[in-house]
Design a binder for this molecule. Structure first.
Ligand code: NDP
Length: 334
């Protein structure tokens, strides 16, 4: 499978080029950027044959099967629609867009064209989260009473750009991390939040956007969810806690781009350290995407999953802005 990458981004260079090349017979053969210099230097650094600023040129290349979009968030919509119109399968970064309507548009266009469209919610491809879901599905903790997603971290210095000062590019911690938390919760519990209450603030890094948020979600099963995300917490470990009637799962360090962290299952029998598959998260995302294109599997997170995570994040923002509980509006994606 030949890929065109749209966006000379940090994540593309750090993870996705390698993840594509880890699949037998797959390669990144185009890089498209808003700047010719950035495209050329990304191509040189990553040994990519063709580079430039002309998306149409890359999309008209019949050798391209799939497009990975990792530009800033406000660009995803137009770039995805162009890729779909050219008949290419699309793996798009989260959040799919800066507005739910645009994200829905992208997903519907791909469905109409019969193309695979997936969202890079990489955390559901982590062996750790898959192990936690297996524990929940097997009833090890009984009925889930509550789930806490601890995603307060310190934004690395090299990423302190548009996320901190550019709301129109999709900056802010809610667009960046609440969408991931929403996808984790949906993946683990297999249900979608009904309503949310929330608070957000600027606590040291954000300039015109929130850099910290906390929210509490009501789930159809009656489980309560707490979601904490921040860019300003240098010493807080990420984690997931699930508390049930028969046990608790305490997972530390699992909300990461790397396959790390520890999971403890605590029941009447004591504390058990849970082993899990430590395959690369992004390799798994690309592997599942390729299987979907081949018709032998499904993408880990679909376009519809990406729309729902954005709908939940929008509800969190609206709740924080208004101070009022918000019912999550799933509209056409429900
Ligand atoms: P970056 O800030 O690294 O890159 C985003 C865009 O910024 C690039 O496409 C590039 O534009 C431009 N850019 C990059 N370097 C420079 C520079 N030196 N000067 C000026 N402009 C520059 O973003 P990220 O890699 O952090 O994020 C990209 C996307 O991926 C976002 O949608 C984000 O939400 C998502 N993401 C997802 C993650 C996941 O695990 N699923 C993790 C991290 C990010 P151009 O393309 O025009 O060259």
């Amino acid at each position: 499978m030949n890929w065109a990458f749209v966006g000379a981004s940090t994540i593309a260079g750090q993870y996705l080029v390698g993840a594509v090349r880890a699949q037998a017979g797959s390669n990144v053969v185009w890089i498209v950027s808003g700047s010719a210099n950035r495209a050329a230097s990304f191509a040189k650094d990553h040994n990519i044959a063709q580079s430039g600023t002309d998306l149409a040129a890359a999309l008209s290349d019949p050798a391209i099967d799939a497009v990975y979009i990792s530009s800033t968030n406000e660009k995803h919509h137009a770039q995805a629609l162009a890729a779909i119109a050219a008949g290419k399968h699309v793996l798009c970064e989260k959040p799919l867009a800066t507005r739910v309507a645009d994200a829905t548009d992208m997903v519907q266009a791909a469905e109409k064209a019969g193309l695979v469209f997936a969202t890079n919610h990489h955390l559901r491809s982590a062996g750790s989260l898959r192990a936690i879901r297996d524990l929940l599905d097997s009833g090890k903790v009984g009925r889930v009473l509550s789930l806490r997603v601890l995603h307060a971290v310190e934004l690395p210095v090299h990423l302190r750009g548009w996320r901190l000062d550019n709301p129109s590019a999709g900056g802010g911690v809610i667009a960046d991390l609440t969408v991931h938390n929403a996808d984790c919760v949906r993946f683990l519990l297999g249900e979608d939040p009904i309503s949310v209450v929330a608070h957000m603030d600027t606590t040291g890094l954000g300039q015109g956007v929130e850099d910290s948020a906390m929210s509490v979600w009501a789930m159809p099963s009656g489980a309560m969810v707490f979601s904490h995300e921040s860019f300003t917490h240098p010493f807080a470990a990420s984690g997931i806690e699930v508390h049930g009637t028969k046990g608790s799962i305490l997972a530390r360090g699992v909300l990461s781009q790397e396959p790390g962290g520890e999971i403890d299952l605590i029941t009447d029998h004591g504390i058990t350290c849970v082993e899990y598959d430590r395959a690369g998260l992004y390799e798994t995302v690309v592997r599942d995407f390729a299987a979907a294109v081949a018709g032998s599997g499904t993408a880990a997170a679909s376009g519809r999953d990406g729309v729902k995570s954005l709908q939940i994040a929008e509800a969190v923002r609206a709740a924080a802005l208004s101070g009022q509980r918000q019912t999550v509006n799933y509209g056409e994606a429900a």
